[in-house]
Structure formats: structure tokens, C-alpha cells
Ligand binder design. Structure first.
Ligand SMILES: NC(=O)c1ccc[n+]([C@@H]2O[C@H](COP(=O)([O-])OP(=O)(O)OC[C@H]3O[C@@H](n4cnc5c(N)ncnc54)[C@H](O)[C@@H]3O)[C@@H](O)[C@H]2O)c1
Length: 270
């Protein structure tokens, strides 16, 4: 029960495939209490589909303490989420940022053709929100608390098809290092988990279906990572077990990032 007595906020659960849900489950099963946000429902959506998709998951967990709407593009939404969190939890011990978005048109275009509006949108949602949410969380973070964000190898190297999102992930990883430096004196750690491809809403939009076979062939472990594996490492980064680690990009990708050649895939090509 390494999260016994610990409380925190999970940003980015859309459904049961979401990486944020895989991480939250590990935390709650280890005794942690979580608050959740969901994308606001569209005006006029009386069925509240967005909220219900997440509530269906959180309702089953006693340690899921609240579920409130947040469009991370809106400063007032961020403010009210952290005010609500303060009123429910007082201080918090962890914050997970598992949010990204790019317009499909921009993702399907070559990076060189990214539109200005699409670039701003992708950078705003996928990068700036980490700064904004961490800043809003600052007064609430206990000494020893941890912040974690989700990234992908396409931020380090060119992964054709990942395109503008790769540019966003490079910026996100830089943001993690600056935040780690600035929050260090408060004894707060900031890290990112770089996951291999996982089938999720955002993942499919960014082309993971086409990457799964490649990872299976090329990664030293010869397989794709599972939701549970990413969930456990996310929980580790948000727990005291990782005290001493900050400003780090931790890969959970079967070792794919460590390869300098196609490895066993070469045998198949021969
Ligand atoms: N799936 C993968 O293969 C993979 C690999 C590495 C990293 N990641 C990263 O993991 C994170 C989570 O993605 P996922 O794969 O779990 O997909 P997902 O679609 O389940 O999660 C993305 C989340 O971003 C949220 N979001 C988008 N715009 C928002 C906004 N304006 N305000 C608030 N929330 C908003 C969505 O509601 C959703 O919950 C992302 O940062 C993604 O880039 C995914």
C-alpha cells in the first residue's frame, strides 16, 4: 500500500484504454486517493457522454474521490479544478498530466505543412497545459510530491507520421526539465514517462497502429508494452519509490529507444 494516505489529481482519462486510467488504477489499488477530470460535455449533450465514459470507471472505485470537468485550454477551468482539489484534498502528493491533442488534418500532413493554427492548438493543449497545471498545483504540492507527464520517442528522434506531435513532445520534455529545476527547492519532482505505442484514442490518431508491429520486431524485449506495464511505471514515478529521480524521461517501450540498428528485424529483411 505504497500510496496509503496519499492524494492527487489525474488529468487525462477519456476511457478505459487511457494511459491515465492505467496509472490511476495502480495508484488507487495501492491505497491512493485520486481526483479526476473529464473533457466538458458539448453544450446540448444531455446524455453527458464525456462525463459518463469516465464516471463508468471511477464509480467502481471508492478511492476515486471526485470527477469534475476541465478544458485545459481554459485558464478558468484550470483555476476551478485546483480550487476544488484544495477544498476536497487540502494538499496533494501527485499530479499526472496525460493530455495531448493535435488536429487530425495536421497529423496527417507532413510536418513541414503544419498550419499555424494547428501548431498553436497542438502546442497549447499538449505542452502549455503542463506548465499551467503545474503552476496551479504548486501551492498544493506537499514536500516529496511528484508530477508526471506522458511523452513518446517521436520527441527525441524523427518518427515519420508522428509529425507535429513529435515537435510537441520535444517541447514537453524540455518543459519537464525546466519544471524539475524550478520545483526542486520545494522538494517536488517532475518527470516524464516515454511509453511505447499503446492503442488509445490519442494513440490511434497519432498512428500507433502502424508502429506496433515495428516495435514488436525491433524492441529488445520483442513485444509491445501493456497498459499495466505503463501503469505500474507511472505509479512508480508518482510515488516515494522514485524519490531522487527528477527531470528524467523514463522509457517504458521494451527497450526500443536503446536500439541503434533494426536489430532482429534485419534478419527478417535478409
Ligand atoms: N497511446 C500511446 O501510444 C502513447 C505513447 C506515448 C505517449 N502517449 C501520451 O499519453 C498521453 C495520454 O494519451 P492516451 O494515449 O492515453 O490517449 P487518450 O485519448 O486516452 O488520452 C488523451 C487525453 O487528453 C485529453 N485532452 C485532450 N484535449 C484536452 C483539453 N483541451 N483539456 C483537457 N484534456 C484534454 C483527452 O480528454 C484524453 O483524456 C498523451 O500525452 C499521449 O501523447 C501516448
Amino acid at each position: 500500500m505504497q500510496f496509503a494516505g496519499k492524494k492527487g489529481l489525474i488529468l487525462g482519462v477519456a476511457n478505459d484504454h487511457s494511459i491515465a486510467w492505467a496509472i490511476a488504477k495502480q495508484i488507487m489499488e495501492a491505497g491512493g486517493e485520486c481526483g479526476f477530470t473529464h473533457l466538458p460535455d458539448r453544450p446540448g449533450d444531455d446524455r453527458q457522454r464525456s462525463r459518463r465514459r469516465v464516471a463508468r470507471l471511477t464509480d467502481k472505485y471508492e478511492n476515486a474521490k471526485f470527477l469534475i470537468p476541465m478544458d485545459a485550454q481554459k485558464d478558468e477551468d484550470i483555476r476551478s479544478v485546483f480550487e476544488y482539489t484544495a477544498s476536497e484534498f487540502g494538499k496533494i502528493d501527485f499530479l499526472l498530466h496525460s493530455i495531448a491533442f493535435a488536429d487530425r488534418d495536421d497529423l496527417s500532413r507532413d510536418t513541414v505543412e503544419t498550419s499555424r493554427a494547428g501548431f498553436k492548438l497542438a502546442m497549447d493543449i499538449s505542452v502549455y497545459t503542463l506548465l499551467a497545471c503545474t503552476n496551479a498545483a504548486r501551492p498544493l504540492l506537499n514536500p516529496g510530491a511528484a508530477v508526471a507527464a506522458m511523452t513518446f520517442f517521436g520527441g527525441e528522434k524523427c518518427v515519420p507520421g508522428y509529425n507535429v506531435m513529435g515537435v510537441c513532445k520535444a517541447a514537453l520534455e524540455a518543459a519537464v526539465r525546466y519544471l524539475a529545476f524550478e520545483l526542486g527547492p520545494q522538494d517536488v519532482r517532475v518527470n516524464a514517462l516515454s511509453a511505447g505505442p499503446i492503442r488509445t484514442l490519442a494513440g490511434r490518431a497519432a498512428g500507433v497502429d502502424g508502429m506496433l508491429e515495428l516495435y514488436q520486431q525491433m524492441a529488445p524485449l520483442g513485444k509491445n508494452v501493456t497498459h499495466d506495464e505503463v501503469g505500474r511505471t507511472g505509479a512508480f514515478l508518482l510515488s516515494e519509490m522514485s524519490s531522487g529521480i527528477t527531470g528524467e524521461i523514463l522509457h517504458v517501450d521494451g527497450g526500443y529507444h536503446s536500439m541503434g540498428s533494426p536489430g532482429r528485424l534485419l534478419d527478417r529483411l535478409k
